[in-house]
Design a protein around this ligand. Structure first.
Ligand code: COA
Length: 253
């Protein structure tokens, strides 16, 4: 257990539960580090990974205070570690999403194999609103999943979208009422636990055989992302959010 995230392994399931409900499960460096280490040390005893969130949100994405204080600049940064670990996970990953799923709270779902969402889930990829660019391979995976125009609305305009839209767009595999999220997730996890682990791993490896392309897109994105993290636009956006005011981008060209 690292502060902000509860990571447990039981009955073959590695469970990663965002546990910072007072900050809408925004992800800090310590949380990224703990998650990256857990994902990179998956061994034969793990049959599947489950992501979920405590409180009323799945995750509000990168902790903006952290981004201002210590923007990921070199490859040893926990955020980069975590992003690079996602496509390497050899076992099925399941996500149970409710409430807000923002930024990496949504892009990590593109690396999950089964995404179960409660009907109250709201997704958003507000990268441009923060002066940033997409990460975690989303500039490749999102258009691939839902088509260019839909992805462009979500990535360029940063419009939030509902669980119903997310299901229609193919990001969500199963949509359930909020009180059914836990039982529906346990049903899927139970099925994965009972299936032959070697066949699951081999099937995932086949479906992800082009993950080299995802890895190189992640690196291309990171090169721009790192630069944008030191931009005055991000500083203005993150400061405005933390000060609970609207950002003013009028002074930037
Ligand atoms: N980083 C740091 N703190 C965050 C955060 C983030 N990404 N998201 C939420 N918080 C904090 C808020 O600052 C607030 O802290 P406070 O109680 O000390 O003032 C607390 O979590 C509750 O957030 P609040 O905005 O009041 O909740 P809400 O229910 O009105 O809205 C969200 C929830 C997720 C829609 C909203 O918090 C949000 O838009 N967060 C920013 C998302 C974002 O831009 N993420 C980065 C993507 S790259």
């Amino acid at each position: 257990m690292s502060e902000g995230v509860s990571i447990t392994k039981a009955d073959g399931i590695l469970s990663i539960r965002f546990s910072r409900p007072d900050k809408k499960n925004a992800i800090t460096r310590a949380m990224y580090l703990a998650m990256a280490e857990a994902l990179l040390s998956i061994d034969a005893s793990v049959r599947a990974v489950l992501f979920s969130g405590e409180g009323d949100s799945f995750s509000a994405g990168n902790d903006l205070k952290d981004f201002l204080a210590a923007p990921p600049q070199d490859d040893s940064h926990p955020t980069i570690h975590f992003i690079r670990a996602l496509p390497k996970v050899p076992v099925p990953m399941v996500a149970a999403v409710h409430g807000s799923a923002v930024g990496i709270g949504t892009t990590l779902l593109l690396h999950c194999d089964v995404v179960i969402a409660a009907s109250n889930a709201v997704f958003a990829l507000p990268f441009t609103k923060l002066g940033l660019v997409p990460e975690a391979g989303s500039s490749l995976l999102l258009p691939q999943l839902m088509g260019y125009q839909r992805a462009a609305r979500l990535l360029l305009l940063g419009d939030s979208f509902t669980a119903q839209e997310a299901e229609r767009y193919g990001l969500v595999s199963q949509l359930v009422e909020p009180d059914q999220l836990e039982p529906a997730t346990q049903k899927v996890v139970g099925k994965l636990r009972a299936l032959p682990a070697s066949a699951l791993r081999a099937t995932k490896a086949l479906m992800k055989s082009e993950s080299g392309r995802t890895m190189s897109r992640i690196d291309e994105e990171l090169a721009v992302f790192k630069e944008r993290l030191t931009s005055p636009e991000l500083k203005e956006a993150a400061t405005a959010f933390l000060e609970k005011r609207q950002p003013d981008f009028s002074k930037f060209s």
